[in-house]
Design a protein around this ligand. Structure first.
Ligand code: ACO
Length: 334
């Protein structure tokens, strides 16, 4: 008899956002903007900022793992095989933040790496974890999505500084014990328009020089409208395709977990899918766009509502461009 294929499932979720709140009234004092403009164009009311100097994204990731640990009955870091750390704001360009996190939590038997796919990083990370578990090679994978966006945002640029916040989320993935878990995925990328959302300096093409700093090329820059259109069409296409591939209609879905970039992007997706508003989960009002952290933070904020067997779509779009959708059946009831 053929052995049954191994299906990966998320078995625990944790999250963290810093205490300091940057609201729209604060931004009105920093740049030429208004609460009305920000709320009507983005849906964002406030975001969290990691203010303390000298600490980076790992600080938030470790807090998210602390939260996750509380939800795991037999937590033993020495049983973790792999740590995938999705981020575009590692503590340092070298070394991998995943390695530091492993040491801090006592994951002495793990290997791991940082994964750079911007807002799709966490989704790509889940896919990789599901494949490793499905292959039987590894049993326990920690997937982290965390970004300190305040470290790469220019707080004099009103077209970007209103959008982003800091945060971290983490999930544990293991082999499913009840048949629920990772069902299907469609992941894509296309680098043709990489300059539409980028940090020009600090990589191998353009190191950081005094000229680069003068031009503010060390900060995130984007063509907002291009990104907006590509995000709606990209996430819609892969989500519709994954529904069709699995003979699902939007009525079959318990929830859609979209990347939190802009409330209007999320509403565009909702309309095109024809899915009920309450099924499309959001927390962008409170956190803004936390890049790799948006999906795990939504899972963390809403997982108490999920029941075993709930059909859930995750979808993301980000710099690169990178995008994708995954279909999973939630593995446990809280
Ligand atoms: N306050 C007031 N006015 C502003 C602000 C601001 N914060 N920002 C821009 N404006 C002005 C612009 O200067 C422009 O003025 P002009 O007409 O005199 O030139 C006007 O508002 C309209 O600007 P647009 O860029 O056309 O506004 P739009 O409706 O496209 O909204 C936004 C801009 C919110 C950035 C939108 O394009 C967007 O959300 N794009 C997606 C970007 C994104 O999410 N990036 C994150 C990373 S990728 C991802 O997560 C998917």
């Amino acid at each position: 008899m053929q052995p049954k294929p191994i299906k990966a499932a998320i078995t625990a979720v944790g999250g963290y956002v810093p205490e300091d709140v940057l609201n729209n009234a604060d931004l009105e004092k920093m740049v030429d903007t208004s609460n009305d403009w920000i709320v009507s164009r983005t849906g964002i009311h406030e975001r969290r900022i990691l203010k303390e100097e000298g600490i980076g994204t790992s600080f938030m990731a470790l807090k998210a793992i602390d939260d996750l640990k509380q939800k795991v009955a037999d937590w033993n870091p020495e049983t973790i095989d792999l740590i995938i750390f999705a981020t575009i704001t590692p503590d340092m360009p070298l070394s991998a933040t995943a390695a530091y996190v492993a040491s801090q939590i006592g994951a002495t038997q793990a290997f791991g790496y940082d994964l750079t796919a911007a807002c799709s990083g966490f989704l790509y990370g889940l896919s990789t974890a599901a494949a490793f578990i499905g292959s039987g090679r590894y049993k326990k994978v920690l997937v982290i999505g965390a970004d300190k966006m305040s470290s790469i945002v220019d707080y004099e640029d009103r077209t970007t500084c209103v959008l982003f916040g800091d945060g971290a989320g983490a999930v544990l993935m293991e082999a499913s014990t009840n048949g629920y878990g990772w069902e299907d995925e469609i992941l894509r990328m296309n680098g043709e328009q990489r300059m539409a959302l980028t940090i020009k300096a600090g990589g191998s093409m353009q190191p950081i020089t005094s000229e680069a700093l003068k031009n503010k090329d060390n900060y995130l820059q984007q063509e907002g409208r291009t990104v907006y259109k590509m995000a709606v069409s990209g996430m819609c296409q892969v989500t519709l395709d994954i529904l069709a591939n699995n003979q699902l209609s939007s009525d079959d879905l318990a929830y859609v977990v979209p990347h939190q970039a802009n409330l209007r992007i999320i509403e565009g997706l909702q309309d095109r899918l024809g899915v009920a508003e309450q099924k499309v989960l959001k927390n962008i009002q409170y956190y803004g766009n936390t890049t790799a952290a948006t999906l795990p933070l939504v899972l963390n904020d809403y997982h108490h509502k999920f029941k075993a067997g709930d059909k859930i779509i995750l979808t993301a779009f980000g710099g690169g461009f990178t995008w994708g959708a995954a279909y999973l059946t939630w593995a446990y009831s809280t």
